[in-house]
Design a protein around this ligand. Structure first.
Ligand code: KG4
Ligand code: ZN
Length: 340
């Protein structure tokens, strides 16, 4: 079984080849055009996918050593995401499957993130808990068996990655800001400011990151470190490092607390983390520390499989194809409203 996975839901054009559960290639082209706008511009993303899709797929095939004619299935993200971006990968993947006369399967992007934990061994054992932390989502799910997921809770406002990106923007660290905050936080003091741990102590598994982001803004404004009218930052590098570390400590405290409370309540032995923010060094460190303390087994994908990538789509897609869950070529893209 040789599956080509395609991912174009946001600003990464990516393709990967997976043969019998083994990843042979994973090519990711991150669209740099968005950096100068401080965020993803949907129209530009669709156009960049159109330009990149064929070279990226060709490169994924070339580096895998697999010929087009040897593929046995095509898996493509069909949502959630930016509609114009999704349509590029989806139409390309459907056309390729149609031309080759092989099965096609649409993959929910969030399922791709969950099953990114299956790319490398050891894989999580069912049932397991999965925390998805990305630029668009923050969700805690109980994964009972393959593609049987129960949403336990999600963010009421900003996603964790979105909050990272907005704080980075205030601090002049560019876009996407998560990786920059992660690096700057390593030299900072996490106890410099105590930002709120929103909803950390409440029952249930809802998250809220918008207040944490606003507290950073208020801190900068109240300490005359930022001019809200011009956006000009007056904070020096050491203060920026300290604010990054303090903000990150607040986010990670909440993510770790809720995840392990849910693990205890659902009595799982395996806990998985996925999505772009799972590349964060402090989140990885704190999750590992807590899992060890509680005798639970933690799974976190390699950083290249945390942010959006074709490998996770090839993995989830091949699992669906193996279970006989191929789709018709009439499948259409969904920006929102995907099944859990
Ligand atoms: O999963 P992903 O690539 O795209 C979505 O599905 O949204 O996640 C992208 C998000 C961005 O917000 C980015 O800033 C964040 O993941 N991110 C990080 C790190 N690497 C990526 N956030 C914190 N620390 C990181 N090292
Ligand atoms: Zn994603």
């Amino acid at each position: 079984m040789i599956t080509l996975g395609i991912e174009t839901s946001c600003d990464e054009t990516s393709a990967a080849v997976l043969a019998d559960g083994v990843l042979l290639s994973n090519v990711i082209s991150t669209q740099l055009i968005h950096t100068r706008y401080g965020g993803v511009v949907p129209e530009l993303a669709s156009r960049a996918h159109l330009r990149l899709i064929i070279p990226v797929v060709d490169e994924a095939l070339r580096t895998s050593g697999v010929r087009k004619g040897d593929l046995t299935g095509v898996a493509v993200t069909y949502g959630p995401g930016l509609l114009g971006s999704l349509l590029v990968g989806l139409n390309f993947g459907k056309s390729l499957a149609y031309g080759l006369g092989i099965p096609f399967v649409g993959v929910n992007h969030m399922h791709g993130h969950i099953y990114s934990n299956f790319i490398d061994e050891p894989r999580p054992e069912f049932p397991f808990l999965c925390l998805i932390v990305s630029g668009g989502h923050t969700q805690l799910l109980l994964v009972r068996k393959p593609f049987d997921h129960e949403l336990l809770g999600e963010t009421l406002d900003d996603a964790a990655g979105e909050a990272y990106d907005k704080v980075a923007k205030m601090l002049g660290l560019g876009f996407p800001g998560g990786p920059a905050v992660d690096i700057r936080a390593r030299s900072g003091d996490p106890a410099f400011v105590r930002f709120p741990r929103s909803l950390a102590e409440t029952d249930g598994y809802a998250f809220s990151f918008s207040g944490m982001k606003t507290s950073v803004l208020y801190y900068l404004r109240d300490h005359k470190l930022l001019d809200p009218a011009t956006g000009v930052l007056g904070a020096g590098p050491a203060v920026v490092d300290n604010i990054c570390a303090s903000f990150q400590a607040a986010v990670v405290d909440v993510l770790v607390a809720k995840t392990f409370r849910a693990a205890a309540a659902t009595r799982v032995r395996h806990v998985a983390v996925a999505g772009g923010v799972s590349a964060n060094s402090e989140l990885r460190r704190r999750m590992a520390e807590r899992a060890e303390a509680e005798g639970l087994i933690l799974h976190v994908p390699k950083p290249a499989y945390c942010t959006d990538n074709g490998a996770m789509i090839a993995m989830a897609g091949s699992m669906k194809l193996a279970a006989g869950l191929a789709d018709e070529l009439t499948l259409t893209a969904l920006a929102t409203g995907m099944p859990e």
